[in-house]
Design a protein around this ligand. Structure first.
Ligand SMILES: [Zn+2]
Length: 499
């Protein structure tokens, strides 16, 4: 198994609109502003926030209401909050999907209570959930402190990924917005009792558009690795979904991470491919970007198709073999203590045992990875592809795909940060990482009126950092305060181990 996007699918379609914050005024004084449209840090500046929005940014003193809360920003850096455009908040990370054990259910509850705080702990103030159980997304957005939360509606095809992971008798109840392709009726017939007219691309998109969804998610995945036994949507189906989605003001986002699958997405002119191309099929040079991949990336650039590299997907799985992952002090900040203790138990290794087998020699696999192990190589190919695409002038998008699989190697917020670290490792300049994390996602998703820069009128989702993120990517983890719709939150109060 490789790029397991999540099994969680559509249930009832409940709204999860962000709540408006209180109208208290806040002024951040003498701060250095780091915002993507500025090109470089600018300061000192005074920033006034009122009614949850930025009201003024000025080098001069700002007349603020006497009751305004004041923060001394001297020596600190103010950035827009991070937008992670690929998350799955429906999944209690690492816990088995189908357990009836009440002790595990209690751990899941603790996870769901902490999850939005963990995103905020790492400065993620907006998330886009790409494939979800809407009731769980609503639970996420119902927590007292949570990032502004957006979602796509998923439109899998009959018998396609990720429905293949749901038992046949349940899949179409769990995921009612599936698409039926008459041309494939012999091998993949309409489920008994269903009406074909309700499962055309247009009918499915119309149902999704009637919810709070911002986008439609489709899946182009014929099998992980070299497998190819799952049906995939035709280019014609993808084009019809895209046309219907655009009619309703929605975007078409597609799962695809192998070269052959992404080529289909490009042929169909999808809006965003939500994974990097790390499976290069028969093209496997140890270094560089071969002509076929270069041509592929040029097509993405020429057609202006959005591209989320999701570099943490493969390391997130192989983390299950790495000793010491659970001793990482950051885990205490983002994982509830009881769940962290459970991750250390033998039953918690269930997914590792599925992926690698119960008798895996972890040390040998990890040692072999750096040389030839395919899992590591494919991840490294993703870095090379990203760098190549950046050099073509592509505006990059940040999406971590947390969690990409039921692996405790992925954790909310922490993986968004580690995705940014990997982008830096790929050779992406820090200014381009800033744009990817802020304005590029806002622009691509049609939300730049509200997000992406520190300018008058924008929602005041901001980060006060101890260090300059244009000097060191690790500055993104040196957060003093998270400002959420104008409310200033001390970072450590968001930690899982905060008392
Ligand atoms: Zn995903």
């Amino acid at each position: 198994m490789r790029t397991r996007d999540l099994v969680g699918m559509l249930l009832l379609l409940l709204p999860c609109a962000p709540a408006m914050a209180a109208g208290e005024a806040l002024i951040i004084e003498n701060v250095t502003v780091v915002s993507p449209e500025l090109g470089q840090p600018v300061g000192p500046r005074n920033v006034l926030v009122r009614a949850g929005r930025v009201e003024a940014v000025s080098a001069d003193p700002i007349a603020a209401p006497p009751a305004a809360r004041r923060i001394d920003g001297a020596g600190k850096f103010l950035t827009p909050g991070i937008f992670d455009a690929h998350v799955h908040v429906s999944d209690a990370i690492g816990l088995p999907f189908d357990s009836k054990d009440p002790a595990l259910a209690a751990l899941a509850q603790q996870f769901f209570a902490q999850q939005p705080r963990s995103y905020l702990y790492f400065g993620v103030t907006q998330v886009l959930d790409l494939a979800n159980q809407p009731a769980r997304v609503a639970l996420f957005a119902a927590q007292e402190k949570h990032p502004d939360t957006f979602r796509c509606g998923a439109a899998p095809i009959v018998d396609g990924y990720p429905l293949v992971f749901i038992p046949k008798e349940q899949r179409y109840t769990i995921a009612p917005d599936y698409i039926f392709e008459p041309a494939n009726a012999r091998d993949h017939p309409l489920p008994a009792g269903a009406v074909a007219a309700e499962h055309t691309p247009e009918a499915v998109v119309e149902r999704i558009a009637a919810t709070d969804a911002r986008c439609v998610k489709m899946f182009i995945e014929d099998g992980f690795g070299d497998a190819n036994d799952w049906p995939i949507p035709s280019v014609e189906t993808l084009r019809r979904v895209r046309a219907a989605a655009h009619k309703h003001g929605l975007l078409l986002m597609t799962h695809a991470n192998a070269l052959d699958m992404q080529r289909i997405a490009i042929d169909a002119d999808v809006d965003v491919i939500v994974h990097g191309v790390w499976n290069w099929n028969e093209f496997n040079p140890a270094k560089g970007v071969p002509p076929a991949i270069a041509e592929h990336l040029r097509r993405i650039r020429t057609k202006n198709i959005g591209y989320e590299a999701t570099l943490r997907v493969l390391p997130g799985v192989s983390d299950l073999l790495r000793p010491g992952v659970l001793d990482d002090p950051v885990y205490r900040k983002v994982v509830p203590p009881a769940l962290l203790a459970w991750y250390r138990t033998e039953p918690a290794q269930w997914f590792r045992n599925i992926v690698y087998g119960p008798k895996v020699d972890a040390a040998a696999v990890i040692a072999g990875e750096r040389a030839a192990n395919e899992r590591w190589e494919t991840s490294e190919r993703g870095l090379r592809a990203l760098r190549y695409l950046y050099e073509l002038g592509q505006p990059l998008l940040l999406g971590s795909d947390t969690p990409s699989a039921p692996t405790y190697g992925n954790q909310p917020g922490y993986d968004t940060f580690r995705e940014m670290q990997l982008m830096a490792q790929a050779g992406i300049p820090l200014s381009a990482i800033l744009s990817a994390a802020t304005i590029n996602n806002a622009h691509r998703l049609g939300m730049e009126k509200d997000y992406g820069t520190i300018e008058r009128g924008k929602i005041a989702n901001l980060l006060l950092l101890e260090a300059n993120p244009l000097a060191d990517v690790d500055a993104w983890a040196r957060i003093d305060k998270v400002i959420l719709r104008g409310e200033s939150i001390d970072r450590e109060t968001l930690a899982a181990d905060h008392r």
